[in-house]
Each structure stands twice: as structure tokens, then as C-alpha cells.
Design a protein around this ligand. Sequence first.
Ligand code: AKB
Length: 341
Amino acid sequence: MRKKAVLITGAAGEIGQALIDYLSAGNEYTLLTLDLQPLPERLDGRSTHIIGDILDQKLFARLVTEYEFDSIFHLAALLSSRSEFSPELAHQVNVNGTLTLLQLAADQSQQRGKSVRFMFPSSIAAYGLPDLATKQRDFNVREWDWNYPTTMYGCNKLYCEQLGSYYSQHYQQLADTTPVMLDFRSVRFPGLISAFTVPSGGTSDYGPEMLHAAAQGKSYRCFVREDSTIPFMAMPDAIVSLLRLWEAPRSALNRLVYNVTSFSLSATEFMAQVQHRFPQAEVTFAPDEHRQGIIDSWPAGLNDKQARQDWGWQPEYDVDRAFDDYLVPNIREMYQTGVNG
Ligand code: AKB
């Protein structure tokens, strides 16, 4: 008899760690987590953790004999800046890895006669605006606007959204019988800011890096221009959005991919928020031409009206609450005590 479990890939990453906290809280779910890295010690005992590669087909062949997955949170990915250093590797991890998981979910949906719910975090990187004038004019983009990514990561995210839609709506469309298809759902995240972890390999990282540097009394060289504006969100809201969409009845959903956002800030405004809480914070601006190009191509804001309408999305943390109630108190405590989370 196979064990029922919720699978989380990329579990040692920022979203993964926060998601494990939430999902393990009520002891309601058996979690199987996968990552190339071990989980931090504080998450010991919360899941069965496997150190492994999402490109390892043999690993998955073994896992499906042991587990039946009700849901999969497929978080593993190489982020936008990292992906530009090795685009082909990024494609393998971000696209081939997702394809393997979709295939697994499709097979398991058929075997158990019930859809596996497949949660996929997408990103503002799926957008590509042509110039700053357009970025300013079309400030809050809708899901179908400007889907012309300029990064490998953005191309991968956009294509995997399409793959997910295919597997959940048209898979094996010429077969004699219609298979039970998986249930794919995705949110396009803005830049995420966690109090407990610092991102690596992303391009929105300057926000959280600036804050974490200030909290440690370190100076920070920001790699984008002062006026660079993108949307952000505090990590608890990111997790809640994933979970709300996960729990929503299928009949309520008018799309498979939804924008979610909380607040938009320019890099100067971000710095002002940080310096308001950490007056000694030293920030200089030394834009990197290439990373700047990526940020300029991303939207300044997201229109998340459809998520609000269909499944009641509403961020809990606006910019002030994010800094005052979540980020700053937790970051201060973490760097004072050295205790993570
Ligand atoms: C990145 O910067 O690559 C990510 C993202 C916006 O998806 N944080």
C-alpha cells in the first residue's frame, strides 16, 4: 500500500522552508520534501526529506512505488540571475524538471482516478516590457499582457505555465478515453521578502539583501538604479496565496495562472523604508547594466483583480505592516539571537 503524501520540491529554498512551516503546523499532512540541500535543523522532523536531484528519473521511479501524491508543490528552480550564467542548465532544471513532475502527476492522477493538485510558483519574470515608458504607462500588468520574457528563467516559467495548462486540459486528447487529468494551478509572484532567509540567484534580491544587510549593520551596494520599480510581497503572504489557491474549489477558478501582489516600491523607496527602521543603514547605488536590464523589463506592478475575485486573495501585509509587524521584528531577533525562524 502506497503512503499518501504531499510532495514539495526545492524544499530547502526560501518558499520551501516557509511552506514546510505552514503545512506541518497542524500535523495534518505527511510531507515528502526534496532538494539538493539538506533542510535547516529547525525543520527536523517536519517531513521525510530526500536529498536528490529533480533530474534524477530513477529517484522518481522509486518514489512513485512508495508514495501516492495528493498534491505537489513544485518549487525547485534556478532563479533569474543565476540562470543567465548557465541558460542550458537552467532550461534542464526549470523545464525538464517540471516536465518530469507533470508526467508523474499525470500518471498518478490516472492510476488513482483522482486529480493530483499541482502547484507551480511562476513569476513577474514571465513578463517582458519593451521600455521604461511602457513600464510606467502599463503599471499594473494583467496576466495576459506583455508575455515576452527576456530571461531564460522567465521563458522557462512562461512555458511551464503553458505545459501545466496542457497537462490539465488537453493531455492525451486523441486517446479513446479521456484520462483523469492533473489539476494545475499557478501564481505569478512578485519579488518575495523573507525575514528568515536571504535569496540567492534572483534579480529582485536587492530588496531583501538591502534589508538583511542593514539589520546586520553592513553597508549595501545596490545593483540597480534608484528609480527601479517592481512589486514585492512579504513571505507569509506568498505562502498564504499558494495555500488559498490550493484550497479553492476548482469551480471557482476562471484561470490556471493568477497574478498576486502586495506593494510596489522603487529602490529608493525601499531604501527609505529600510533607513526608517535602521537609521544607520548605508546604501550606495552601483547599477549593473545587465541585471538592470532584467529589472527594467519586469513590470512595476501586477493587476491581481482576478485572484481577488475568484478565490478571495487579499494580502495581509501592506508595506508598513510588512516592515513593522513581520520583517523588522523577526530580522532583529534573528540577528541578535542567531536563531533562524
Ligand atoms: C528572481 O529574481 O529571479 C525571483 C523572481 C522575481 O522570480 N525572485
